[in-house]
Design a protein around this ligand. Structure first.
Ligand SMILES: NC(=O)c1ccc[n+]([C@@H]2O[C@H](COP(=O)([O-])OP(=O)(O)OC[C@H]3O[C@@H](n4cnc5c(N)ncnc54)[C@H](O)[C@@H]3O)[C@@H](O)[C@H]2O)c1
Length: 252
């Protein structure tokens, strides 16, 4: 599956390629698990396996961070956690708003993993007046009338859209006009944004469709093995990322 971003070149100004940036959270997740087990050092092979990435690629990725590890010892886990967190901008707290507090928005609001990864849910916003004031995950839902004020008062630059597809573009435009410059879009629609605004899209059904495609191919191969001479349809593109090692997030 392709990853990347929307309105910037494939390489960031500091020289870290987008594909590397997309793998940094995978390394961070694996390193955090090691850190929680008080593991002091890790080899590139072990870390690559834990992150689901090829070890040569991992070493190349870390060279962009200026981290080369120590021969025979490996990488210092705590220092790498710090380095990657700093590179991803996670050493500061990012206030995030979630717009659309239905099944998905409420599940996201209840997800404890954001806070531990540097994201604070600053506000929950929904267009349904009946939801206003009702707490979800301990945070009172606020009406969309308040959207601009909430973003301004909380200095929010990241918005999460979990509204129906038909409302997503309009919500996106309001978020951007209010100052949001990064959007995580769960609605199954392509958002149009001005330059300087990053959009990442999450679509689990697309992930399932890719798996269905591979299942179909495996079934075709099994049938061909059982019946030599049968025609197998081979995909030109698998839809996976370079190593199948990227998160279920794609450009808008
Ligand atoms: N990306 C994924 O993998 C994934 C998975 C599940 C659902 N979804 C998508 O997420 C979205 C939400 O799904 P759901 O099951 O939570 O739906 P839902 O109907 O339970 O919730 C949608 C919420 O959005 C609110 N809303 C509607 N218009 C709004 C607007 N203009 N501004 C603010 N809030 C508004 C509604 O009041 C409602 O509370 C849908 O677009 C769905 O297709 C994506």
């Amino acid at each position: 599956m392709a990853t990347g971003r929307t309105h910037r070149p494939a390489t960031r100004s500091r020289g870290i390629p987008e594909a590397t940036v997309a793998r940094l959270p995978l390394y961070l997740r694996a390193l955090t698990a090691l850190s929680e087990r008080s593991v002091p050092t890790v080899s590139s092979e072990e870390l690559a396996a834990a992150a689901g990435v090829n070890s040569a690629k991992l070493r190349k990725d870390f060279s962009y961070l200026g981290s080369y590890g120590t021969r025979g010892v490996g990488y210092d886990v705590e220092y790498l956690v710090y380095q990657i967190s700093r590179e991803l901008g996670l050493t500061q707290d990012w206030p995030v708003v979630i717009v659309g507090i239905g099944n998905l928005g409420a599940a996201l609001a209840n997800y404890g993993g954001f806070a531990s990864r540097g994201f604070r849910v600053a506000a929950l916003i929904d267009a349904d007046p009946a939801m206003a004031g009702k707490p979800v995950a301990g945070i009172p839902v606020q009406h969309t009338d308040e959207l601009e004020k909430i973003i301004d008062e909380n200095g929010v630059s990241i918005g999460v859209i979990a509204t129906p597809a038909g409302a997503a573009q309009q919500v996106c435009e309001r978020l951007v006009a209010a100052g949001v410059t990064s959007i995580l879009n769960f609605a199954p629609t392509v958002l149009s944004v001005p330059d300087g605004v990053d959009v990442r899209k999450v679509d689990l059904s697309i992930e399932l469709q890719i798996l269905a495609f591979h299942e179909q191919r495996k079934a075709g191969e099994e049938a061909a093995a059982a019946e030599p001479g049968a025609v197998i349809q081979t995909p030109k593109e698998s839809g996976k990322g370079p190593d199948g090692d990227v998160p279920a997030v794609m450009p808008a």
